[in-house]
Design a protein around this ligand. Structure first.
Ligand SMILES: O=C(O)CCC(=O)C(=O)O
Length: 268
């Protein structure tokens, strides 16, 4: 574990373009850390919105609230943030959707989460192929400081998206440590961008305040939403063309040959 942020090995990237080095690091480790995406002011506004969402839902303990972008403008603005979207586009091309947006709360003095890969409990992505394909690309906006370990950080196992064997069951059962786990240490306003197949968990949180992170999950256009059954009509009517596109409202979303998808979603 690092004592200071960004000491030791880190897949550090920069806001904006997906560079060749970004691609190499992402392929090798399965994730990137992008510091400085949000200003202190933007982070504060997003943290207030995240707190409101959980208060409205009356959540207790570790909890996640979906589709906050429909009601909180500052959270909607992160959907196509220019610091992150170019990287998503570089990995997916032009046809992808926002499959879900989860606002997670790690409560004050919260313990470790369980190790897992992202995916579908209904149909394990491992059944699809090896290596597990990129189907849920997650951009996690840290809304509270996680510069040191035990601040509700994410812990990632670099390269584990390519592991042909699962993390041992006893370690998962006991929420045990792994010598190659990397506790992601980064200030509030940073983004962690990661592949669904990377083994990860929520690290412990020793603070006397709740920790909030906004996760935006991008998927191919035929993956079903997981934070909503359908898009809110008012949101669709008032949002921008790009965000409407990312909401995945296509005439024929099931068409394997692509009919029903707008030819052009992005300006450039
Ligand atoms: O926000 C967090 O603590 C982690 C969430 C997570 O790992 C997940 O939702 O898959």
């Amino acid at each position: 574990m690092t004592a200071e942020p960004f000491q030791g090995l880190n897949a550090i990237s920069e806001p904006g373009a997906f560079t060749e080095l970004d691609r190499f690091m992402f392929e090798s480790w399965g994730y990137l850390v992008i510091p400085g995406v949000l200003s202190a002011e933007q982070t504060k506004a997003c943290l207030e919105a995240a707190t409101r969402l959980h208060e409205q839902e009356g959540t207790t303990g570790w909890a996640q609230v979906g589709r906050g972008f429909e009601t909180e403008q500052v959270l909607e603005d992160l959907i196509d943030h220019p610091a992150v979207l170019p990287k998503v586009r570089a990995l997916y091309g032009v046809r992808f959707i926002l499959q879900s947006a989860w606002c997670t709360k790690q409560p004050a003095f919260g313990g470790f989460g369980g190790w897992h890969q992202d995916g579908s409990g209904a149909y394990d992505f491992k059944q699809l192929s090896y290596p597990i394909p990129l189907l849920q690309l997650r951009a996690s906006y840290l809304l509270t400081d996680q510069s040191l370990p035990r601040m509700g950080n994410m812990e990632m196992i670099p390269g584990s998206h390519r592991a042909q064997v699962p993390l041992p069951a006893d370690i998962r059962r006991e929420k045990g440590d792994v010598p190659i786990g990397q506790v992601i240490c980064a200030p509030a306003g940073s983004v962690l961008l990661f592949h669904n197949a990377v083994w990860h968990r929520t690290f412990a949180h020793d603070g006397d305040y709740d920790r909030y992170t906004m996760h935006y999950i991008y998927s191919p256009p035929w993956v079903r939403f997981s934070d909503r059954f359908a898009n809110d009509k008012d949101y669709l009517a008032r949002t921008t063309p790009v965000r409407r596109y990312l909401a995945g409202e296509f005439e024929r979303p099931d068409a394997p040959f692509g009919a029903g998808y707008p030819a052009k979603a992005f300006e450039d």
